[in-house]
Design a protein around this ligand. Structure first.
Ligand code: SF4
Ligand code: SF4
Length: 101
């Protein structure tokens, strides 16, 4: 790998980390404040996590009341709204940025 591609790869990894760190792990985008996805769980510290994170897009899911859930990357939801989204680190950032994400 050339020095330039290695530098680019590091830059991408840093950007990905920055992006991931914006999440406040509230679970609202997975329905925490309404009808949660059945795969949504909370750690002892209260941080939301997905029980099937690595395969969340590959499987069909339901909410606790039995409604189908189409799991999509959060960036695909940023133009929509959901209960609790005013606390979402990605949406707050998008609101502050005039050019959007
Ligand atoms: S499957 Fe998707 S919607 Fe369900 S908890 Fe996991 S990330 Fe959230
Ligand atoms: S609503 Fe935003 S901050 Fe909360 S878990 Fe989803 S992506 Fe993370």
């Amino acid at each position: 790998m050339s020095e330039r591609s290695s530098h680019y790869r590091r830059w991408l990894e840093e950007k990905e980390q920055e992006w991931e760190q914006r999440c406040r792990c509230c679970g609202a985008c997975c329905g925490a404040l309404e009808d949660p996805c059945e795969q949504l769980a909370f750690s002892e510290t209260g941080a939301a996590f997905c029980r099937v994170y690595s395969r969340r897009f590959d499987e069909e899911h339901k909410t606790l009341s039995g409604q189908p859930v189409t799991c999509v990357p959060v960036r695909s939801k940023l133009h929509t709204s959901w209960p609790g989204d005013e606390m979402c680190g990605y949406k707050r950032r998008a609101d502050q940025c005039s050019s959007g994400i």
